[in-house]
Design a protein around this ligand. Structure first.
Ligand SMILES: CC(=O)N[C@H]1[C@@H](OP(=O)(O)OP(=O)(O)OC[C@H]2O[C@@H](n3ccc(=O)[nH]c3=O)[C@H](O)[C@@H]2O)O[C@H](CO)[C@@H](O)[C@@H]1O
Ligand SMILES: C=C(OP(=O)(O)O)C(=O)O
Length: 427
């Protein structure tokens, strides 16, 4: 179906309660990991997002059958592997599909997975994934834009990641879960999505030790059983709504959150002058009548300030008088929001991965998202302007935000997405 742009008439205070959706980036690898078991697995807390549908298409291709058993609950069952490839059409659609490589190496002993290639915000290599597989005993060849992987026995040995990588750590864990070997991963990611993947796998009988530390030890087991698991809340979505509250000088109650996953964002907003109150499972963000201060932000891996919230934070800072400096060394080219924010009157100069932002009032304009979080930055900016902003590129927002217009409306925003006019209706 043709997607119509998102319309936002800003300049309004938001209020009330909004529940964060379940985590997209935790759910995607967990859906893939379910195929390590030949028994049914039920997941609760799966967001209804286009990225989830893409990974389900890929899982279906390799042999996973699924059924939605509740609004955000899904049963997955992979009695046998039917295909051991992850084709270009699906991997190029979504980079997270590359995680299929580790899962197929574990369950089928082989995998042919397309190289993910570039994405809207630059080069995102997978060298650490491939180095880890090789170091642990997997043969990996590159040919015709694909990686062809084969393992003869169990994975074993130690690999030290050269940098912290969420996907690389997840892929190596998946590959090592089955079999009789012992694998140690050093300088492993401590990201919440890695910890949740480990929690899920261990709940099915895997033996992975050290979750949340930089050293993981995986004792391969013969098989995983079925089970039931709840995915963590989406800290990136929650962070986006926290920034929306600050940008509109509002008070919002965020429910279904893990405040301990949001501390870097809470700390920056507090430094700016926003009040944040943590309770168990919820956060109150209060920016009413506050004069917010500019701040400097540098992205880091968890628990640092997330790159996935950098464009939204940049949009907020573009509205705050004074000079802020935002640096994103994690993804140095994650800057597609800048030119669009310029269309709304922002004053941002870019040098390498550094944005120098002179904040001031923005105005409405037609804009276009070129990637997911750039789209989020644009709706934050739009919420601050009196006029009507029309945001194109809604397919990117649909990757990461469930029923966005409806949920923004539920807290008082004037957001709508006109239904497409069908050709027959125009006759
Ligand atoms: C689906 C999903 O969960 N995506 C998230 C995941 O992506 P993803 O898992 O792809 O990101 P990584 O943690 O791997 O990337 C972190 C850094 O490591 C570099 N790197 C990574 C792998 C590699 O083999 N070589 C290499 O150099 C990357 O270029 C980047 O600079 O974590 C990112 C960083 O928090 C988030 O922005 C993405 O939203
Ligand atoms: C960049 C993101 O996802 P991906 O890694 O799938 O591109 C994101 O969730 O912000």
């Amino acid at each position: 179906m043709q997607l119509t742009p998102l319309h936002l008439q800003g300049g309004r205070e938001l209020s009330g309660e909004i529940a964060a959706q379940p985590s997209k980036n935790a759910a995607l690898p967990i859906i893939v990991a379910s195929l390590l078991s030949s028994e049914p697995v039920t997941l609760h807390g799966v967001p209804r997002l286009s990225d989830v549908y893409t990974i389900l298409d890929l899982a279906h291709h390799v042999g996973t059958r699924h059924a939605w058993v509740g609004p955000n609950s899904l049963t997955l069952h992979t009695p046998e592997i039917l295909n051991t490839d992850a084709p270009y059409a699906l991997v190029s659609k979504m980079r997270a599909s590359f995680i299929m490589m580790g899962a197929l190496i574990a369950r089928a002993g082989q995998a042919t997975v397309s190289m993910p290639g570039g994405c809207a915000f630059g080069y995102r290599p997978v060298d650490q994934h491939v180095k880890a597989f090789r170091a642990l005993g997997v043969q990996v060849e590159e040919e015709g834009g694909n990686f062809d992987a084969r393992r003869e026995g169990s994975l074993k040995g130690t690999f030290v990641f050269e940098l912290l990588t969420v996907g690389g750590t997840q892929n190596a864990i998946l590959a090592a879960v089955l079999g009789g070997g012992v694998v140690t991963l050093e300088n492993a990611s401590i990201d919440t999505d890695v910890v949740d993947l480990i929690g899920f796998l261990n709940s099915l009988g895997a033996d992975i030790r050290g979750a949340g530390t930089n050293t993981l030890t995986i004792h391969g087991v013969q098989a995983l059983r079925g089970g039931e698991y709840r995915v963590i809340p989406d800290r990136i979505e929650a962070g986006t709504f926290m920034i929306a509250a600050a940008a509109t000088r509002s008070r919002l109650v965020l429910t279904n959150v893990r405040p301990d996953h949001l501390r870097a964002i809470s700390a920056k907003l507090t430094e700016m002058g926003v009040d944040i109150l943590e309770t168990e499972g919820s956060l109150i963000v209060d920016a009413r009548d506050r004069e917010l201060k500019p701040v400097n932000v540098t992205t880091q891996s968890f628990p640092g300030f997330p790159t996935d919230v950098q464009p939204q934070m940049s949009a907020l800072l573009a509205t705050i008088p004074g000079t802020s400096v935002v640096q994103d060394p994690v993804y140095p080219d994650r800057l597609t929001h800048v030119a669009e924010l310029h269309r709304m009157g922002a004053n941002i100069t870019v040098s390498g991965y550094t944005q120098v932002i002179q904040g001031g009032p923005l105005h409405a304009a037609p804009v276009k998202a070129a990637d997911l979080r750039a789209g989020a930055a644009l709706f934050i900016a739009a919420l601050t302007t009196e006029g009507e902003t029309v945001i194109d590129g809604v397919q990117y927002l649909n990757r990461g935000y469930e029923r966005l217009a409806e949920r923004l409306r539920s807290v008082g925003a004037n957001a709508w997405q006109p239904q497409p006019v069908l050709a027959s209706a125009m006759d």
